[in-house]
Design a protein around this ligand. Sequence first.
Ligand SMILES: Cc1cc2nc3c(=O)[nH]c(=O)nc-3n(C[C@H](O)[C@H](O)[C@H](O)COP(=O)(O)O)c2cc1C
Length: 184
Amino acid sequence: MTRLAIVYYSQTGNTALIAAAVAEGAETVAGVDVLRIPIAADGTLSADDWAALDAADAIIFGTATHMGGPAWQFKRMADDSGLRWLDRAWLDKIAGGFTCAGSPNGDKGTVMLYLATLAAQHGMMWVSLGQLPAQLENSTPAEQNWVGGSFGPTATAPAKGAVAQGDLLSARTYGARLATVAKA
Ligand SMILES: Cc1cc2nc3c(=O)[nH]c(=O)nc-3n(C[C@H](O)[C@H](O)[C@H](O)COP(=O)(O)O)c2cc1C
């Protein structure tokens, strides 16, 4: 069984909806076990959560965008992963990431670069989004990758629960892509 863990921070639930969509997509791939690990409000994980991340073949990082960067709670988890960095514990694991912000741009690109950098620091192998932007005339937020990102799903939710359908679709497709790569 291939083990895929999604570790994420969501303050008001929107990033959690993206995490659920990524999980839904990953679960469509046979032989892949998917675990969602929410980061606590104080930025901590339990010992069992850390053990699950250590045991995973693939880790997907997710965080709400806060002030053009990852939420501090996610950053605390990332900083706490430094012990794993030293031991090369996550070396060669498959990695990916996603974020959710209030604005269509929202400086989400900075967050995605940070998540990819975190993965690179651990020596992990980053899986890109792999979806063309919805560039068709009259495209709407109902279409996959309507904001035209390439690192991973970059969702937009200006209010609680108001995640665009296209973002959920993009997240599901990405979850399946990452699970397929991890299984291979
Ligand atoms: C402290 C703080 C900073 C934020 N900074 C940004 C930002 O830089 N860009 C943006 O578009 N939205 C920003 N937002 C809005 C959130 O990213 C947005 O509401 C998102 O959907 C929240 O995700 P969550 O429900 O998973 O917490 C910020 C929200 C908070 C609370």
